[in-house]
Design a protein around this ligand. Structure first.
Ligand SMILES: CC(C)(COP(=O)(O)OP(=O)(O)OC[C@H]1O[C@@H](n2cnc3c(N)ncnc32)[C@H](O)[C@@H]1OP(=O)(O)O)[C@@H](O)C(=O)NCCC(=O)NCCS
Length: 185
């Protein structure tokens, strides 16, 4: 499966991607604002992707730069609830030198377009630490709005203010309807 935006395309992971995925998981600056388990060894990576692949409530794509066709990060839909039509988005641009160049926003918009136009989901939500201003800006540019605020305890026992953000299909399509969802098998 392949989806293209203006700056990136999203595709399924292959074993050639495993070293990249592992290096992103080991980068503390990338990991510091992420919740959840990301693999930090090749063995964990293979098992992690296999678990996602066998889960009908989850999807994982590698984000590839259209500029040089290199993998730069990954994006997921988790907790997909087919009946109510919602799912939770997670993203990381693992190549830090590429932050703030619009890759994250384009990847999010590309996945939302696929989720709303092809998967027919009706709402995508996410959780983001309130201190993660870069991510919040990226999500707002893609159409997400803050829905609520909660305090969450991290694995290290730290309390961190977190925003719940969401975007609904109709609102997204009002601003991003120009391009149809693109994908080839
Ligand atoms: C969050 C992330 C996915 C965003 O991707 P990205 O490619 O860097 O984002 P974009 O370039 O599309 O957008 C970032 C925006 O934030 C802005 N920004 C950067 N630092 C900022 C700050 N301290 N305050 C406010 N805005 C900031 C950028 O200027 C840019 O906005 P602009 O285009 O209007 O200038 C990426 O930085 C990342 O993977 N970070 C580490 C993992 C992470 O935090 N994931 C999200 C967890 S919820």
């Amino acid at each position: 499966m392949l989806m293209s935006g203006d700056k990136v395309r999203l595709r399924l992971a292959t074993p050639d991607d495993f070293p990249h995925i592992v290096s992103w998981g080991r980068d503390e600056k990338v990991a510091q604002d992420l919740e959840g388990d990301y693999p930090t060894t090749l063995e964990e990576c293979a098992a992690w992707l296999q678990t996602i692949k066998s889960d009908r409530h989850a999807l994982h794509y590698v984000i590839v730069s259209l500029h040089d066709d290199r993998p730069i990060g990954d994006i997921q839909l988790d907790h997909i609830t087919w009946r109510s039509g919602d799912g939770e988005l997670r993203i990381r641009i693992g190549e830090r030198h590429l932050w703030d160049q619009g890759f994250g926003t384009d990847a999010v918009i590309t996945l939302l377009r696929y989720a709303f136009l092809n998967m027919r989901l009706s709402c995508i939500y996410l959780r983001v630490f309130a201190s993660n201003l870069r991510a919040i800006r990226c999500y707002e540019k893609a159409g997400f709005r803050k829905e609520g605020r909660l305090m969450r305890r991290t694995a290290e026992g730290q309390e961190r203010e977190t925003f719940l953000m969401s975007v609904r299909r109709a609102d997204f399509l009002r601003t991003h309807s120009a391009k149809e969802g693109t994908q080839t098998a």
